[in-house]
Design a protein around this ligand. Structure first.
Ligand code: AMP
Ligand code: MG
Length: 415
């Protein structure tokens, strides 16, 4: 079987993972979700002219000649705190003591900050030592947001700042694409969990907790589907029930060339199996299929990742995560992790084999203003040790690898 270029595998998968339907979600739950519609402002923010400073609201004309050597004295006719109704007015020769956020009183057109003033007569008057033009230290109504303005576009992620703007507008819900519920299933007769002694030939299941954590860290909802033996009937049953509880399913193991590689058999029965040998290392084998729960017409994509732990992570990063982000509503240019170019601080050798290698590396931003990269350790696809020390994948195209000082393309897995 010829090796498939990664870009083709990616295209195949992305095409079959359309965005999930929009839902109305409480703003407090929507962090990380992607807007399904633009949010349009319906009111002015701020809602009224207000003071940007603690100081004195006044008429700018009254203090036009004020300065350190020529202070102007104004009569203080009251105090306005934030939250107070603006029931005071400023006449000629008058000032109102005002706190940040309090509404500007009628008649006033500027605020002088408290640092440029001295109170006199027990607060009945104030000496102003600074000329302030009209509008100084005043935040006009609508200065931030205006009615009719699009404050949040469709197709953008809800960030903390966007939560803030929604709260400012009094919104309790926001229309977003549903957060994908992603089931994770481990397959393999050799797998066990927990601290007990291992029997002959057994290993502990690392992929399921790791992939559940990746799903969670990527902003999706992890659904633990457990661990199944290499048994056609069990895999069939678990995938069948998972398809009605999940928007997508990730399996690990059972997609290689071995006799017990049964995930691909089950996906084949369900139809739409695409079993691939991708021209990458690690994570060459990959199966993609779809389940149709209860003939509903819904297609639940299944990502059949290879069982080797490092392969499963690389496969998740390169294929499953971008597709799940598409389901979550992210636009085409925001499906992938950021890439930077880094300087190799040590050689990153490789063999020619027709594949692109994704090498687990440590990438740091140097004082010289460049990214630097070095291997994180053993590069075997079973060696989780190097993966735990890595924060990036170096992309080494087919060839002899990178020499000392060479520029290397790097996928940043963590900031
Ligand atoms: P497979 O893709 O099922 O042929 O598995 C490839 C290798 O990965 C084998 O050495 C498996 O024992 C190992 N493996 C498969 N699944 C897991 C898992 N969930 N956790 C740790 N290792 C696994
Ligand atoms: Mg297996």
């Amino acid at each position: 079987m010829g090796l498939l270029p990664l870009a083709e595998a990616r295209r195949h998968v992305l095409e079959r993972c359309p965005p999930l339907a929009p839902v109305s979600m409480p703003v407090g739950d929507a962090l990380g979700c992607v807007t399904a519609a633009a949010v349009v402002c319906e009111e002015q923010v701020p809602p009224f002219d207000n003071s940007a400073m603690d100081g004195f609201a006044l008429r700018s004309a009254d203090v036009a000649g004020a300065g350190p050597a020529s202070p102007v004295v104004l009569r203080v006719v009251g105090t306005l705190h934030a939250g107070a109704p603006p029931d005071l007015a400023v006449g000629e020769g008058e000032a109102v003591r005002i706190m940040t956020g309090a509404p500007l009183p009628a008649g006033a057109d500027a605020v002088v900050m408290v640092e440029s003033t001295t109170e006199l007569d027990g607060g009945a008057a104030v000496e102003v030592r600074e000329a302030v033009p009209a509008g100084r230290n005043v935040r006009p109504a609508g200065d931030d947001l205006r009615p009719g303005e699009v404050v949040i576009e469709a197709g953008v992620e809800i960030t903390p700042a966007r939560v803030g703007v929604l709260a400012t507008l009094g919104r309790e819900t926001v229309d977003v694409h549903a957060r994908p519920r992603v089931g994770v299933l481990s397959t393999g007769d050799e797998l066990v969990d927990g601290p007990g002694a291992l029997g002959p030939g057994q290993i502990r299941d690392s992929n399921r907790p790791m992939l559940l954590a990746l799903v969670h860290a990527s902003g999706f909802v992890p659904v633990d589907l457990g661990r199944v033996p290499d048994d056609l009937g069990v895999i069939r049953a678990v995938l069948g029930s998972a398809s009605s509880a999940c928007d997508a399913v990730i399996t690990s193991g059972g997609v290689s060339m071995g006799q017990a590689d049964l995930v691909k058999v089950v996906l084949d029965e369900a139809g739409e199996l695409c079993w691939m040998q991708i021209a990458i290392k690690p994570a060459k084998p990959f199966a993609f299929g779809a389940l149709a729960p209860g003939g509903s017409g819904v297609r639940v994509p299944v990502f059949g990742l290879p069982g080797n732990p490092v392969s499963s992570v690389v496969s998740f990063e390169l294929l499953a995560r971008p597709a799940l982000r598409r389901m979550a509503g992210f636009p085409a240019d925001q499906l992938d992790r950021p890439r930077v170019v880094a300087v190799a601080d040590a050689p990153l050798p490789r063999r020619r084999d027709g594949k692109v290698h994704f090498v687990r590396v440590v990438c740091r931003y140097g004082e010289d203003g460049a990214y630097h990269v070095r291997s994180a350790g053993g590069q075997g696809s079973h060696q989780l040790g190097a993966l735990t020390g890595a924060n990036a994948l170096a992309v080494l195209p087919d060839g002899d690898g990178a020499g000392l000082g060479d520029a290397v393309e790097v996928i940043l897995l963590q900031p």
